[in-house]
Design a binder for this molecule. Structure first.
Ligand code: ZN
Length: 126
């Protein structure tokens, strides 16, 4: 059976394979638990280079990954860690009700990215 080993067409410049198996592999290596989370890969070529990496739905069940999340292994790890933190936040605290809560959530999610990267690197990720 034909197995893709590189991204195709408009996504061919993105070095990390845009498939769920690859996503799960990086999530495992980085200690990002995805139990009960459905990951969707958004193959929208108009989003390439927009510096938008991911989105967590307010129901805390879906994470969307945009093309730029696949621009490097580290960016995928950062995005998964960041969005996983948002899953935790909306499940535990609910959806942010104002700009202050939103900023606190973002600060926490950005703050945790380095921890996931560090853990991933300690397991041999690069
Ligand atoms: Zn965020």
């Amino acid at each position: 059976m034909f197995r893709r080993t590189a991204n195709q067409g408009a996504f061919s410049e993105l070095p990390v394979l845009m498939d769920l198996k690859t996503v799960r592999s990086y999530a495992n290596e980085a200690g990002v638990g995805l139990d009960g989370v459905k990951v969707r890969i958004i193959r929208d070529e108009s989003m390439i280079g927009k510096d938008l990496h991911g989105y967590t739905h307010p129901n805390g069940k879906f994470i969307d990954l945009y093309p730029d999340a696949f621009s490097s292994p580290e960016n995928l790890v950062r995005t998964l860690g960041h969005e996983r933190m948002h899953v935790y936040q909306v499940r535990t605290f609910g959806v942010p009700q104002n700009a202050v809560e939103l900023r606190l959530n973002e600060n926490a999610a950005y703050g945790l990215e380095d921890s996931f990267v560090k853990y991933w690197q300690s397991k041999g990720g690069r």
